[in-house]
Design a protein around this ligand. Structure first.
Ligand code: PMP
Length: 311
């Protein structure tokens, strides 16, 4: 992996030079909150749903008890443009934006967090790519124990257990049920089913992350007159559905094949949402939703010009 510049502790440093103490709260206990934000390169760079990611990061900070507000959109964009120029980025990429405690402290730390913003090169999904999935015994964490709405590093250990279980059964990814046995989500993405043309997804009270892509997908379906149901989904219903796909900033739209399905083809409605989502992320459609922030980075002069589409 290329040693990109990242922004850390008010400086632009090489990723390999950014350090945190081993006895910091974040290193020992996974105490951090973060976002993964996609940037797509066409004629310009398009950042997808930036304001929503900043809002969720701010919520995560406060819900986990770190008393600080996330930096402003303007500050974020200035750092991002500098990173694009410093790293000479000309392709799609993803941003990891993380707040962490880099001082020696315990899991109960309420010290002032610092943050980093790091670019990670990442392509778009291709239309024929699908993954296999396995419904795990590992259950999703609940809001009564570890709030799944907080995008905190330590919450991902739940996803790790489920992923290792799914892989041990020969699948690529897990689907987890919540503590009450209803379908919840995957280890890093939300899940949608299709049955008789109706789109069904676990409701927000099924111990899922409030996914920004899930919201996008629901809005696209509704705009195209599909029936969408957000509700509890039983294991029996999951086993009988016609199509399944995952969605997330990283997963985008990922069709799923359940292991026992021998005669698998990517379904028509999954293909439809895949294509529509690809249009939405670079503002080729659904413009009135203000989902993209368009960035024009003039590489040599360091002169930048943001044409902000977002509300
Ligand atoms: N659920 C979990 C557990 C996740 O980690 C993610 C990825 N952030 C998602 C769902 C999808 O969320 P989003 O669409 O906001 O990326």
């Amino acid at each position: 992996m290329k040693d990109y510049y990242i922004y850390y502790n008010n400086n632009y440093v090489r990723q390999s030079e950014a350090r945190i103490p081993v006895l910091s709260a974040s290193s020992q206990f996974g105490l951090n909150v973060f976002e993964g934000i996609r940037v797509y390169k066409e004629d310009f760079f398009y950042i997808f749903r930036l304001e929503d990611h900043l809002k969720r990061l701010n919520n995560s900070l406060h819900l986990i008890g770190l008393d600080i507000d996330v930096i402003t959109k303007k500050e974020f964009l200035n750092i991002l443009i500098e990173l694009i120029i410093l790293n000479n980025i000309k392709t799609d990429f993803s941003i990891r934006f993380t707040y962490l405690i880099d001082e020696l402290d315990s899991w109960s730390s309420i010290k002032r967090p610092t943050f980093f913003i790091a670019p990670l090169i990442r392509d778009r999904n291709s239309a024929d790519n699908y993954k296999t999935a396995y419904l795990t015994k590992t259950r999703r964490i609940s809001k009564y124990a570890m709030n799944p709405k907080i995008k905190c590093g330590a919450n991902y250990i739940n996803g790790r257990y489920a992923l290792l279980e799914a892989k041990s059964k020969g699948a690529d990814l897990p689907i987890l049920k919540n503590k009450d046995g209803f379908i919840s989500e995957s280890s890093g993405a939300c899940v949608f089913l299709v049955k008789n043309g109706v789109v069904i997804t676990p409701s927000l009270d099924c111990d899922i992350l409030e996914s920004i892509t899930r919201d996008t997908v629901i809005k696209i379906f509704l705009e195209n007159n599909y029936k969408v149901e957000e509700r509890f989904i039983s294991e029996a219903e999951f086993n009988e559905c016609d199509e399944i796909f995952l969605c997330g900033s990283a997963a985008e739209i990922t069709p799923l094949k359940i292991l026992k399905d021998l005669d698998f083809k990517i379904g028509a409605i999954t293909k439809f949402i895949f294509q529509e989502y690809q249009q939405a992320i670079t503002a080729k459609s659904y413009n009135k939703n203000f989902w993209t922030t368009k960035l024009n980075v003039k590489n040599h002069s360091k002169k930048l010009n943001t044409i902000n589409n977002e509300s």
